[in-house]
Design a protein around this ligand. Structure first.
Ligand code: P6P
Length: 342
């Protein structure tokens, strides 16, 4: 057989699956044990199961599901409860985690006694933006993974209340016109698109980067009259003509944080949920939403602040803690910082 047979016929695979990307990424970390690969593989399975239900949410009534039963006689659950249980049961037995926490469950979730306890902890929002489901608007799952601080046994609340600068990995699954798995382990942000015909997440966006400067801002401007003058000034500024484009910034707001994040990851600009007279710490959760997305923003070359400091340097004091947040293009966030500080 000619020596160049393999070089000609067996060219490198065009299909890079999520699992292969994680394995190859782990191999670059000396002493990696493969635990991480197993952990993210379990999570990608959970994502596919959730996607299956989310993708037919609109059909539930057509399929004859009654208020509390579906066509198979199973008790029909609200999708966010279903996603929460699916993710928990996919992750509770692999031996990778010693504790979990979910926004849907309102706090710490033990690993069942019969399963081994691993060296990682995971926090997740099972279905961010679930209020948008009936309108068929994009929703998503957000996750954070830390190494445990406690020595052994069941993980503790201290294992869960770590600042974002200690993250081992974070990411999200976006259930939209296509389903994407986007993650970072600290070496850039990588996006995978689900190919339902093979049931695999395939690499579609390697090393994603937020443009240095954007043309859009993303905020619920209905809160304008509840903001203080400094915050109002930020959005008044971005409504002025931008000399770079000879037009003001456009407002784009989906109302699902992870979907607004994804648009900014691709096109640039910035997202904000400022504090207001009613929500003095803003609305969004530090641990379940802001830390993971801020980690991804920075890994993609952007910035994420609470208006005064870097989100990733904030020490969470409570699992349900809220925080104001501004994240997106580096140059835009630096402008926000200047206007808020001035
Ligand atoms: P508002 C969805 O309920 C959510 O938690 C985030 O995903 C989203 O960014 C925010 O709340 C929307 O809040 O007050 O604008 O409806």
């Amino acid at each position: 057989m000619p020596t160049d047979y393999y070089s000609e016929v067996l060219s490198p695979p065009k299909l890079m699956t999520l699992e292969r990307h994680i394995v190859e990424g782990e191999r670059r970390h000396p002493g990696a044990t493969g635990t991480f690969t197993g952990l993210l593989a379990d999570l990608s399975l959970a994502a596919k199961v959730v996607w299956k239900e989310v993708s037919k949410a609109g059909l539930v009534n057509i399929l004859g599901a009654t208020d509390d039963e579906n066509v198979h006689g199973e008790i029909r659950k609200k999708l966010d409860v279903y996603a929460n249980e699916t993710i928990y049961h996919a992750m509770d037995h692999g031996g990778h985690l010693c504790v979990m926490a979910s926004e849907e469950s309102g706090g710490l979730l033990k690993i069942p006694d019969q399963y081994p306890k691993g060296k990682y902890v995971m926090l997740f929002d099972p279905l961010d933006g679930s209020a948008n489901i009936d309108a068929n608007i994009t929703i998503g799952t957000i996750f954070s993974i830390f190494r445990r601080k406690s020595e052994s046994g069941d993980g503790t609340i201290e294992d869960l209340l770590q600042p974002g600068n200690q993250l081992a990995a974070a990411g999200y699954i976006l259930y939209g016109s296509s389903t994407m798995f986007v993650y970072s382990t600290g070496s850039g942000v990588h996006g995978f698109t689900l190919d339902p015909s093979v049931g695999e997440f395939l690499l579609s966006n390697e090393n994603m980067h937020i443009p240095e400067k954007g043309k859009e801002y993303s905020v619920n401007e209905g809160n304008y009259n509840k903001w203080d003058k400094k915050v109002q000034r930020v959005f008044d500024y971005f409504k002025e003509i931008d000399p770079a484009t000879n037009r003001p910034y456009s407002l784009r707001y989906i109302g699902t944080m992870v979907a607004d994040f994804h648009r900014i990851l691709l096109y640039g600009g910035f997202f904000a949920y400022p504090p207001d007279m009613k929500n003095t710490e803003g609305k969004l959760r530090l641990t379940y939403e802001c830390i993971p997305l801020s980690f991804l923003a920075e890994q993609a070359g952007g910035k994420a602040i609470d208006g005064e400091m870097r989100i990733l340097d904030k020490q969470p004091m409570d699992i349900h803690q809220r925080t104001p947040i501004y994240f997106g293009s580096k140059e835009d966030i630096e402008t926000v910082e200047r206007l808020l500080g001035g």
